[in-house]
Ligand binder design. Structure first.
Ligand code: ATP
Ligand code: MG
Length: 168
């Protein structure tokens, strides 16, 4: 049984993430997905709650032919202890899939196998670019799975982001 681990903040979950997870699903038997910075929401960089992000992921991956677990993970302010913190919250996994240099380094130091998936149209498919589009009132819907569009509509996510970015 090989269980893969993938972590992101998913602010929001987008087609780049989806493409990586579909690739992981072809080689792993199960996937553990960590929703990082779970305690953060209602900020310009982290507009959505952990629960809202769980909804985005779970609905978008409904047809994935690989069992998966979505686990919110709060930040701890000690990188040296972070891998143990993650493992304390997740089902056991053997392979880490990440292109984030810090995540790769911390898991490698813990002796875990780390694979770095290729990026999918990274320039447009980035959380930062998508949040900027939402703020600017530009189209963003084509960059995320349809289920994410539904969740963000349901929670009035774009209006939330625009309000919290405003000045008093
Ligand atoms: P932000 O700009 O807010 O940091 P992000 O797009 O980098 O958002 P994260 O939630 O930080 O998204 O990323 C989670 C993981 O997904 C990271 O390992 C990141 O490298 C990876 N990732 C992000 N965008 C893509 C993409 N377009 N293709 C493949 N992997 C991606
Ligand atoms: Mg990022």
């Amino acid at each position: 049984m090989s269980r893969g681990f993938y972590i992101g903040r998913f602010q929001p979950y987008h087609n780049g993430h989806q493409s990586v997870l579909e690739r992981i699903a072809r080689s792993a038997d199960e996937i553990v997905i960590g929703v990082g910075s779970a305690q953060l929401s209602h900020t310009v960089e982290n507009p959505f709650t952990a629960g809202e992000r769980v909804l985005m992921l779970t609905r978008s991956l409904e047809n994935l032919e690989c069992p998966f677990y979505v686990i919110p993970i709060e930040d701890i302010q000690r990188n040296a202890l972070w891998v143990a913190h993650v493992r304390s919250m997740t089902p056991p996994f053997d392979t880490v899939y990440s292109s984030n240099p810090l995540v790769m380094q911390l898991f490698a130091e813990a002796g875990m196998e780390v694979q770095s998936p290729d990026m999918y149209e990274r320039l447009t498919h980035s959380g930062t670019a998508i949040r900027q589009r939402m703020l600017d009132g530009e189209p963003w819907e084509y960059l995320v799975p349809p289920a994410v569009v539904d969740v963000i509509r349901e929670i009035h996510g774009v209006e939330r982001l625009q309000r919290i970015a405003g000045s008093d």
